[in-house]
Design a binder for this molecule. Sequence first.
Ligand code: PMP
Length: 382
Amino acid sequence: MTGAASEVQRLLREDLRGRTAYGAPQLDVPVRLNTNECSYPVPEVVVQAVLAALAADLPHLNRYPDRDFADLRKALTAYVEKQSGVAVTPEQVWAGNGSNEVLSHIVQAFGGPGRTALGFTPSYSMHPIISETLGMTWVDGARDRETFVVRPESAAEQARSHDPSIVFLCSPNNPTGTALPFEVIGAVLEAAPDAVVIVDEAYAEFARPGTRTALELLTDNPRLVVTRTMSKAFAFAGGRLGYLVAASEFVDALRLVRLPYHLSTPTQTIARVALEHADLMLGTVEAIKQERDRIVATLAGLGTRPVESDSNFVLFGGLTDEQATWQALLDAGVLVRDVGIPHHLRVTAGTPEETTRFLEVMAALAPTHVQRPTAHAGKQES
Ligand code: PMP
Protein backbone atom coordinates (compact mmCIF):
# COMPACT_ATOMS: atom_id res chain seq x y z
CA MET A 1 0.00 0.00 0.00
CA THR A 2 1.33 3.48 -0.87
CA GLY A 3 1.66 6.17 1.80
CA ALA A 4 -1.40 7.99 0.50
CA ALA A 5 -3.44 4.78 0.40
CA SER A 6 -2.65 3.88 3.98
CA GLU A 7 -3.34 7.46 5.09
CA VAL A 8 -6.74 7.32 3.39
CA GLN A 9 -7.49 3.96 5.06
CA ARG A 10 -6.52 5.45 8.44
CA LEU A 11 -8.91 8.37 8.01
CA LEU A 12 -11.77 6.38 6.46
CA ARG A 13 -14.77 5.37 8.56
CA GLU A 14 -13.81 2.11 10.25
CA ASP A 15 -16.75 0.21 8.81
CA LEU A 16 -15.76 1.17 5.26
CA ARG A 17 -12.08 0.14 5.51
CA GLY A 18 -11.09 -2.65 3.15
CA ARG A 19 -14.41 -2.63 1.27
CA THR A 20 -14.53 -2.71 -2.52
CA ALA A 21 -16.86 -0.48 -4.49
CA TYR A 22 -19.99 -1.91 -6.17
CA GLY A 23 -19.82 -2.17 -9.93
CA ALA A 24 -20.09 -4.69 -12.72
CA PRO A 25 -17.26 -4.65 -15.26
CA GLN A 26 -17.93 -2.17 -18.11
CA LEU A 27 -16.06 -3.95 -20.90
CA ASP A 28 -16.12 -3.06 -24.57
CA VAL A 29 -17.14 -6.43 -26.00
CA PRO A 30 -19.59 -7.22 -28.83
CA VAL A 31 -22.37 -8.68 -26.65
CA ARG A 32 -23.00 -6.93 -23.31
CA LEU A 33 -25.59 -8.78 -21.28
CA ASN A 34 -24.43 -8.13 -17.72
CA THR A 35 -26.33 -5.12 -16.30
CA ASN A 36 -29.94 -5.68 -17.39
CA GLU A 37 -29.98 -2.65 -19.64
CA CYS A 38 -32.17 -2.53 -22.74
CA SER A 39 -30.04 -3.41 -25.77
CA TYR A 40 -32.04 -1.22 -28.14
CA PRO A 41 -31.13 2.46 -28.69
CA VAL A 42 -33.52 5.33 -27.93
CA PRO A 43 -35.88 5.76 -30.94
CA GLU A 44 -34.93 8.63 -33.28
CA VAL A 45 -38.28 10.41 -32.78
CA VAL A 46 -37.55 10.63 -29.06
CA VAL A 47 -33.97 11.76 -29.69
CA GLN A 48 -35.24 14.65 -31.80
CA ALA A 49 -37.94 15.62 -29.29
CA VAL A 50 -35.40 15.61 -26.45
CA LEU A 51 -32.98 17.73 -28.46
CA ALA A 52 -35.66 20.35 -29.15
CA ALA A 53 -36.72 20.48 -25.50
CA LEU A 54 -33.11 20.74 -24.30
CA ALA A 55 -32.41 23.59 -26.73
CA ALA A 56 -35.22 25.55 -25.09
CA ASP A 57 -33.78 24.84 -21.62
CA LEU A 58 -30.13 25.61 -22.18
CA PRO A 59 -30.28 29.43 -21.98
CA HIS A 60 -31.89 29.04 -18.55
CA LEU A 61 -29.19 26.91 -16.99
CA ASN A 62 -28.04 30.04 -15.14
CA ARG A 63 -30.96 29.26 -12.80
CA TYR A 64 -31.37 26.32 -10.45
CA PRO A 65 -33.81 23.64 -11.62
CA ASP A 66 -37.34 23.27 -10.23
CA ARG A 67 -36.49 21.78 -6.84
CA ASP A 68 -39.76 19.86 -6.72
CA PHE A 69 -39.69 18.78 -10.40
CA ALA A 70 -43.44 19.38 -10.75
CA ASP A 71 -43.72 18.67 -14.49
CA LEU A 72 -41.69 15.50 -14.24
CA ARG A 73 -43.81 14.28 -11.33
CA LYS A 74 -46.95 14.84 -13.38
CA ALA A 75 -45.46 12.89 -16.27
CA LEU A 76 -44.39 10.04 -13.96
CA THR A 77 -47.86 9.98 -12.37
CA ALA A 78 -49.54 9.65 -15.75
CA TYR A 79 -47.17 6.87 -16.76
CA VAL A 80 -47.59 4.91 -13.52
CA GLU A 81 -51.37 5.15 -13.73
CA LYS A 82 -51.42 3.98 -17.32
CA GLN A 83 -48.93 1.17 -16.80
CA SER A 84 -50.42 -0.20 -13.56
CA GLY A 85 -54.06 0.86 -13.63
CA VAL A 86 -53.66 2.20 -10.09
CA ALA A 87 -54.71 5.80 -9.35
CA VAL A 88 -51.81 7.94 -8.11
CA THR A 89 -51.36 11.68 -7.47
CA PRO A 90 -48.19 13.72 -8.23
CA GLU A 91 -47.80 14.33 -4.46
CA GLN A 92 -47.29 10.60 -4.05
CA VAL A 93 -44.41 10.47 -6.52
CA TRP A 94 -40.75 11.21 -5.81
CA ALA A 95 -37.76 10.85 -8.12
CA GLY A 96 -33.97 10.74 -8.07
CA ASN A 97 -30.95 10.07 -10.24
CA GLY A 98 -31.76 6.39 -10.60
CA SER A 99 -33.82 4.33 -8.18
CA ASN A 100 -30.64 3.82 -6.18
CA GLU A 101 -30.91 7.46 -5.19
CA VAL A 102 -34.54 7.24 -4.12
CA LEU A 103 -33.64 4.10 -2.13
CA SER A 104 -30.92 6.08 -0.38
CA HIS A 105 -33.41 8.87 0.39
CA ILE A 106 -35.69 6.33 2.08
CA VAL A 107 -32.84 4.84 4.09
CA GLN A 108 -31.55 8.27 5.12
CA ALA A 109 -34.98 9.31 6.35
CA PHE A 110 -36.25 6.06 7.89
CA GLY A 111 -33.11 4.02 8.58
CA GLY A 112 -29.67 5.18 9.64
CA PRO A 113 -27.34 4.28 12.54
CA GLY A 114 -28.69 2.07 15.30
CA ARG A 115 -31.46 0.69 13.10
CA THR A 116 -31.79 -2.62 11.27
CA ALA A 117 -32.61 -3.35 7.64
CA LEU A 118 -33.75 -6.77 6.47
CA GLY A 119 -33.69 -8.21 2.95
CA PHE A 120 -34.09 -11.72 1.54
CA THR A 121 -30.86 -12.90 -0.01
CA PRO A 122 -29.98 -13.32 -2.84
CA SER A 123 -31.48 -10.02 -3.91
CA TYR A 124 -30.27 -6.70 -5.29
CA SER A 125 -26.86 -6.14 -3.74
CA MET A 126 -27.27 -2.37 -3.48
CA HIS A 127 -29.93 -2.87 -0.79
CA PRO A 128 -27.36 -3.93 1.84
CA ILE A 129 -24.74 -1.53 0.47
CA ILE A 130 -27.03 1.52 0.75
CA SER A 131 -28.19 0.39 4.20
CA GLU A 132 -24.73 -0.27 5.59
CA THR A 133 -23.03 2.77 4.12
CA LEU A 134 -25.76 4.84 5.77
CA GLY A 135 -24.97 3.22 9.10
CA MET A 136 -27.64 0.53 9.38
CA THR A 137 -27.19 -3.03 10.57
CA TRP A 138 -28.02 -5.37 7.71
CA VAL A 139 -29.71 -8.73 8.22
CA ASP A 140 -29.49 -11.28 5.42
CA GLY A 141 -32.89 -12.96 5.46
CA ALA A 142 -33.30 -16.36 3.84
CA ARG A 143 -35.11 -17.66 0.76
CA ASP A 144 -35.81 -21.25 -0.19
CA ARG A 145 -32.39 -22.56 -1.24
CA GLU A 146 -33.67 -24.59 -4.16
CA THR A 147 -36.33 -22.34 -5.71
CA PHE A 148 -35.29 -18.91 -4.34
CA VAL A 149 -38.93 -18.32 -3.40
CA VAL A 150 -39.84 -16.44 -0.19
CA ARG A 151 -43.04 -17.74 1.38
CA PRO A 152 -45.31 -15.31 3.29
CA GLU A 153 -45.05 -17.28 6.57
CA SER A 154 -41.26 -17.40 6.36
CA ALA A 155 -40.96 -13.69 5.48
CA ALA A 156 -43.30 -12.76 8.34
CA GLU A 157 -41.40 -14.94 10.81
CA GLN A 158 -38.07 -13.41 9.83
CA ALA A 159 -39.48 -9.86 9.93
CA ARG A 160 -40.93 -10.51 13.38
CA SER A 161 -37.71 -11.85 14.82
CA HIS A 162 -35.42 -9.02 13.64
CA ASP A 163 -37.61 -6.00 14.46
CA PRO A 164 -36.36 -4.06 11.41
CA SER A 165 -36.87 -0.37 10.64
CA ILE A 166 -36.74 -1.15 6.93
CA VAL A 167 -37.63 -4.32 5.03
CA PHE A 168 -36.52 -4.63 1.43
CA LEU A 169 -38.64 -6.75 -0.88
CA CYS A 170 -37.76 -6.99 -4.55
CA SER A 171 -40.34 -8.07 -7.10
CA PRO A 172 -39.46 -9.27 -9.67
CA ASN A 173 -36.32 -10.13 -7.75
CA ASN A 174 -32.82 -9.43 -9.01
CA PRO A 175 -30.81 -11.66 -9.51
CA THR A 176 -33.25 -14.58 -9.38
CA GLY A 177 -35.80 -13.10 -11.81
CA THR A 178 -39.11 -14.22 -10.33
CA ALA A 179 -41.84 -12.04 -8.83
CA LEU A 180 -42.63 -12.39 -5.12
CA PRO A 181 -45.80 -14.15 -4.00
CA PHE A 182 -48.05 -11.08 -3.58
CA GLU A 183 -49.10 -12.14 -0.06
CA VAL A 184 -45.54 -11.60 1.21
CA ILE A 185 -46.05 -7.83 1.21
CA GLY A 186 -49.10 -7.86 3.49
CA ALA A 187 -47.54 -10.50 5.70
CA VAL A 188 -44.39 -8.41 6.23
CA LEU A 189 -46.33 -5.19 6.84
CA GLU A 190 -48.26 -6.97 9.55
CA ALA A 191 -45.30 -8.79 11.10
CA ALA A 192 -43.07 -5.70 11.30
CA PRO A 193 -45.34 -2.89 12.57
CA ASP A 194 -42.45 -0.45 13.03
CA ALA A 195 -40.90 -0.98 9.61
CA VAL A 196 -41.03 0.87 6.34
CA VAL A 197 -41.55 -1.81 3.70
CA ILE A 198 -39.89 -1.10 0.36
CA VAL A 199 -40.99 -3.07 -2.67
CA ASP A 200 -38.35 -2.58 -5.36
CA GLU A 201 -40.20 -3.07 -8.66
CA ALA A 202 -37.38 -2.07 -11.02
CA TYR A 203 -38.44 -4.80 -13.48
CA ALA A 204 -42.24 -4.51 -13.10
CA GLU A 205 -42.95 -3.94 -16.80
CA PHE A 206 -41.43 -7.32 -17.72
CA ALA A 207 -43.56 -9.38 -15.33
CA ARG A 208 -45.67 -12.20 -16.74
CA PRO A 209 -49.42 -11.55 -17.13
CA GLY A 210 -51.32 -11.68 -13.87
CA THR A 211 -48.41 -10.50 -11.71
CA ARG A 212 -49.75 -7.98 -9.21
CA THR A 213 -48.01 -4.76 -8.18
CA ALA A 214 -47.53 -3.47 -4.64
CA LEU A 215 -48.99 -0.17 -5.88
CA GLU A 216 -52.40 -1.79 -5.31
CA LEU A 217 -51.70 -1.82 -1.57
CA LEU A 218 -50.63 1.81 -1.13
CA THR A 219 -54.01 3.10 0.01
CA ASP A 220 -54.12 2.91 3.82
CA ASN A 221 -50.50 1.76 4.02
CA PRO A 222 -48.32 4.81 4.81
CA ARG A 223 -45.42 2.47 5.65
CA LEU A 224 -45.33 0.96 2.17
CA VAL A 225 -43.24 2.41 -0.67
CA VAL A 226 -42.82 1.13 -4.22
CA THR A 227 -39.66 2.02 -6.13
CA ARG A 228 -39.35 1.85 -9.90
CA THR A 229 -36.93 3.00 -12.57
CA MET A 230 -36.67 4.17 -16.16
CA SER A 231 -33.38 2.22 -16.50
CA LYS A 232 -34.80 -1.15 -17.54
CA ALA A 233 -38.00 -1.54 -19.60
CA PHE A 234 -37.96 2.18 -20.35
CA ALA A 235 -34.58 1.80 -22.09
CA PHE A 236 -33.19 4.83 -20.31
CA ALA A 237 -30.36 3.69 -18.02
CA GLY A 238 -28.09 6.54 -19.09
CA GLY A 239 -30.81 9.09 -18.34
CA ARG A 240 -30.56 8.19 -14.63
CA LEU A 241 -34.13 8.49 -13.49
CA GLY A 242 -35.68 6.36 -10.78
CA TYR A 243 -38.80 7.09 -8.78
CA LEU A 244 -41.03 5.92 -5.99
CA VAL A 245 -44.70 6.00 -5.12
CA ALA A 246 -45.90 6.21 -1.51
CA ALA A 247 -48.27 8.20 0.70
CA SER A 248 -47.86 11.95 0.11
CA GLU A 249 -46.85 12.38 3.76
CA PHE A 250 -44.07 9.80 3.27
CA VAL A 251 -42.87 11.67 0.20
CA ASP A 252 -42.86 14.95 2.16
CA ALA A 253 -40.51 13.41 4.72
CA LEU A 254 -37.96 12.65 1.99
CA ARG A 255 -37.48 16.38 1.44
CA LEU A 256 -35.67 16.44 4.79
CA VAL A 257 -32.76 14.42 3.41
CA ARG A 258 -32.56 15.10 -0.31
CA LEU A 259 -29.92 17.55 -1.45
CA PRO A 260 -31.54 20.67 -2.89
CA TYR A 261 -31.86 20.65 -6.69
CA HIS A 262 -30.80 17.02 -6.92
CA LEU A 263 -32.44 16.59 -10.34
CA SER A 264 -30.74 18.82 -12.91
CA THR A 265 -32.79 20.72 -15.47
CA PRO A 266 -31.53 18.47 -18.34
CA THR A 267 -32.39 15.35 -16.34
CA GLN A 268 -35.91 16.59 -15.66
CA THR A 269 -36.42 17.57 -19.29
CA ILE A 270 -34.99 14.43 -20.85
CA ALA A 271 -37.03 12.18 -18.58
CA ARG A 272 -40.23 14.18 -19.06
CA VAL A 273 -39.96 14.09 -22.85
CA ALA A 274 -39.13 10.38 -22.80
CA LEU A 275 -42.25 9.78 -20.67
CA GLU A 276 -44.34 11.68 -23.21
CA HIS A 277 -43.20 8.99 -25.68
CA ALA A 278 -43.77 6.09 -23.29
CA ASP A 279 -45.31 3.80 -25.90
CA LEU A 280 -42.30 4.19 -28.18
CA MET A 281 -39.80 3.85 -25.36
CA LEU A 282 -41.46 0.64 -24.22
CA GLY A 283 -41.78 -0.67 -27.76
CA THR A 284 -39.20 -3.43 -27.30
CA VAL A 285 -40.54 -4.90 -24.05
CA GLU A 286 -42.49 -7.70 -25.73
CA ALA A 287 -39.53 -8.64 -27.94
CA ILE A 288 -37.27 -8.74 -24.87
CA LYS A 289 -39.74 -10.96 -23.00
CA GLN A 290 -39.71 -13.35 -25.94
CA GLU A 291 -35.92 -13.52 -25.87
CA ARG A 292 -36.04 -14.08 -22.11
CA ASP A 293 -38.43 -17.01 -22.53
CA ARG A 294 -36.25 -18.38 -25.34
CA ILE A 295 -33.23 -18.22 -23.01
CA VAL A 296 -35.10 -20.16 -20.29
CA ALA A 297 -36.26 -22.85 -22.73
CA THR A 298 -32.93 -23.22 -24.53
CA LEU A 299 -30.80 -23.25 -21.40
CA ALA A 300 -33.04 -25.91 -19.87
CA GLY A 301 -32.49 -27.98 -23.01
CA LEU A 302 -28.73 -27.64 -22.54
CA GLY A 303 -28.97 -29.21 -19.07
CA THR A 304 -28.51 -26.03 -17.03
CA ARG A 305 -31.15 -24.98 -14.52
CA PRO A 306 -32.71 -21.64 -15.47
CA VAL A 307 -35.05 -19.94 -13.00
CA GLU A 308 -38.44 -18.77 -14.33
CA SER A 309 -38.23 -15.04 -14.97
CA ASP A 310 -40.56 -12.03 -14.73
CA SER A 311 -37.67 -9.74 -15.64
CA ASN A 312 -35.42 -8.99 -18.59
CA PHE A 313 -32.78 -11.46 -17.39
CA VAL A 314 -32.40 -15.11 -16.49
CA LEU A 315 -30.48 -16.71 -13.62
CA PHE A 316 -29.29 -20.19 -14.46
CA GLY A 317 -27.66 -22.84 -12.31
CA GLY A 318 -26.10 -26.22 -12.89
CA LEU A 319 -22.67 -24.96 -13.95
CA THR A 320 -19.60 -26.85 -12.82
CA ASP A 321 -17.58 -23.71 -12.26
CA GLU A 322 -19.43 -20.44 -12.89
CA GLN A 323 -16.24 -18.39 -13.01
CA ALA A 324 -14.80 -20.59 -15.75
CA THR A 325 -18.03 -20.32 -17.75
CA TRP A 326 -18.12 -16.54 -17.25
CA GLN A 327 -14.55 -16.31 -18.60
CA ALA A 328 -15.22 -18.66 -21.53
CA LEU A 329 -18.26 -16.57 -22.53
CA LEU A 330 -16.18 -13.42 -22.28
CA ASP A 331 -13.44 -14.97 -24.41
CA ALA A 332 -16.16 -15.48 -27.04
CA GLY A 333 -17.19 -11.81 -26.76
CA VAL A 334 -20.24 -12.31 -24.50
CA LEU A 335 -20.31 -10.52 -21.14
CA VAL A 336 -22.73 -11.91 -18.52
CA ARG A 337 -22.90 -11.47 -14.73
CA ASP A 338 -21.38 -13.57 -12.00
CA VAL A 339 -23.69 -12.66 -9.11
CA GLY A 340 -21.76 -14.65 -6.53
CA ILE A 341 -24.15 -17.62 -6.32
CA PRO A 342 -22.17 -20.85 -6.66
CA HIS A 343 -22.82 -22.71 -9.95
CA HIS A 344 -24.98 -19.87 -11.30
CA LEU A 345 -24.68 -16.98 -13.76
CA ARG A 346 -27.14 -14.27 -14.80
CA VAL A 347 -27.71 -13.15 -18.38
CA THR A 348 -29.75 -10.20 -19.70
CA ALA A 349 -32.14 -10.83 -22.58
CA GLY A 350 -30.80 -8.78 -25.48
CA THR A 351 -31.70 -8.41 -29.13
CA PRO A 352 -32.44 -11.68 -30.99
CA GLU A 353 -28.90 -11.57 -32.45
CA GLU A 354 -27.25 -11.04 -29.06
CA THR A 355 -29.36 -13.74 -27.46
CA THR A 356 -28.59 -16.17 -30.27
CA ARG A 357 -24.87 -15.51 -29.91
CA PHE A 358 -25.05 -16.15 -26.15
CA LEU A 359 -27.02 -19.36 -26.64
CA GLU A 360 -24.65 -20.59 -29.38
CA VAL A 361 -21.65 -20.11 -27.13
CA MET A 362 -23.47 -21.79 -24.25
CA ALA A 363 -24.35 -24.74 -26.48
CA ALA A 364 -20.68 -25.13 -27.36
CA LEU A 365 -19.64 -24.89 -23.71
CA ALA A 366 -22.38 -27.14 -22.29
CA PRO A 367 -20.63 -30.52 -22.68
CA THR A 368 -17.73 -29.39 -20.48
CA HIS A 369 -19.29 -26.65 -18.31
CA VAL A 370 -22.65 -28.08 -17.23
CA GLN A 371 -22.94 -30.41 -14.26
CA ARG A 372 -24.28 -33.87 -15.01
CA PRO A 373 -27.73 -34.34 -13.42
CA THR A 374 -26.57 -36.67 -10.65
CA ALA A 375 -23.56 -34.55 -9.80
CA HIS A 376 -25.44 -31.38 -8.86
CA ALA A 377 -28.41 -32.77 -6.96
CA GLY A 378 -28.82 -30.85 -3.71
CA LYS A 379 -25.84 -28.64 -4.37
CA GLN A 380 -27.62 -25.43 -5.15
CA GLU A 381 -26.51 -22.93 -2.56
CA SER A 382 -27.76 -19.43 -2.02
N1 PMP B 1 -33.33 -2.12 -8.16
C1 PMP B 1 -33.00 -3.23 -8.79
C2 PMP B 1 -33.66 -4.50 -8.39
C3 PMP B 1 -32.04 -3.22 -9.81
O1 PMP B 1 -31.71 -4.36 -10.41
C4 PMP B 1 -31.43 -1.99 -10.17
C5 PMP B 1 -30.39 -1.90 -11.25
N2 PMP B 1 -29.63 -2.98 -11.48
C6 PMP B 1 -31.81 -0.86 -9.47
C7 PMP B 1 -32.77 -0.94 -8.47
C8 PMP B 1 -31.18 0.47 -9.70
O2 PMP B 1 -31.36 0.98 -10.93
P1 PMP B 1 -31.25 2.51 -11.28
O3 PMP B 1 -30.47 3.19 -10.19
O4 PMP B 1 -30.58 2.53 -12.59
O5 PMP B 1 -32.67 3.00 -11.31
